[in-house]
Write a protein that binds this ligand. Structure first.
Ligand code: SF4
Length: 123
């Protein structure tokens, strides 16, 4: 556990992925943005495409830890490893990957809350 600020990114697989069909993505991101102890929260359409990689390269900061809600944690770790490494982030500590596919709003929020608690944030 450390006291790094947490940035929240929700990657939605273009927004058309059936995995997010049950989730109101705008309610989800707005509740997190406004009520949870994160520095900011936003939606990205496809972090694992080339432009997503360019985005991460220019956006990630060494002094921040990132929750990425999206696909399977093992996938995220593979997909974002190079971008985290380039900026000096330790992907095993500075990425908190959450799988929120096939969930309704309440369940997805619980997953995020639990992750924040585990990271030492009051929520
Ligand atoms: S990183 Fe995961 S959630 Fe995001 S677009 Fe790629 S496969 Fe989909």
């Amino acid at each position: 556990m450390d006291d790094k600020a947490i940035g929240f990114i929700f990657c939605v697989c273009t927004g058309k992925c059936p995995g997010f069909a049950e989730l109101d993505i705008w309610d989800f991101i707005n509740i997190i943005r406004a009520e949870y102890p994160v520095e900011y929260a936003f939606i990205h359409p496809m972090l694992c495409d080339e432009d997503g990689e360019r985005f991460l390269d220019s956006f990630l900061k060494k002094e921040t830890k990132y929750i990425v809600a999206g696909c399977a944690p093992v996938m995220q770790t593979k997909l974002f490893r190079d971008s985290f490494k380039k900026v000096g982030l330790d992907i095993t500590k500075d990425l908190i990957p959450l799988d929120v596919r096939n969930m309704k709003l309440k369940d997805a929020l619980t997953v995020v809350k639990n992750a924040l608690k585990e990271a030492g944030k009051d929520v």
